[in-house]
Design a protein. Structure first.
Length: 142
């Protein structure tokens, strides 16, 4: 069964973030350039929040605010749900489902070491299930 640490090792540990003082427009541009749906909001290596496409759609577009004049801190999700690298992909998926989120910062010793998305975890779980099926088929045909 894949752990979050194994998933990060496979996908890479790049951390893409914005400052809480950045404009929402700059954050959206960075998400577009990197083809990601969310960025961590960090100040001096400390996680302060998450900024996602959902935040933009609900708190800028629908609220009629200006993305050029609004700071990320004004609309980010400040109550960030995180996961440890020792957790399993199944545990991560369960947490994401329960909290209705799509991205989980990975934190170890109070330090952000990466980010996993729901797609990362689904792929890992499918791979684990495929491996189990193959093992069971070998056992049955034995």
């Amino acid at each position: 069964m894949h752990t979050i640490r194994q998933i990060l090792a496979e996908k890479g540990k790049e951390i893409w973030s914005v400052s809480p003082d950045d404009s929402v427009l700059d954050a959206v541009r960075q998400m577009a350039e990197r083809s990601v749906g969310a960025l961590m909001v960090m100040r001096d290596d400390q996680l302060e929040g998450m900024f996602s496409e959902r935040d933009y759609a609900r708190k800028i577009i629908l609220a009629g605010k200006s993305s050029r004049e609004t700071h990320v801190a004004d609309i980010m999700t400040a109550d960030v749900v995180t996961i440890t690298p020792q957790a399993t992909a199944d545990e991560g998926l369960a947490l994401m489902t329960r909290k209705r989120i799509r991205h989980l910062p990975v934190v170890e010793d109070d330090r952000v070491i990466g980010l996993v998305s729901i797609g990362d975890l689904v792929n890992a779980v499918i791979g684990d299930q495929q491996q189990l099926i193959e093992q069971l088929e070998r056992y049955v045909s034995g």
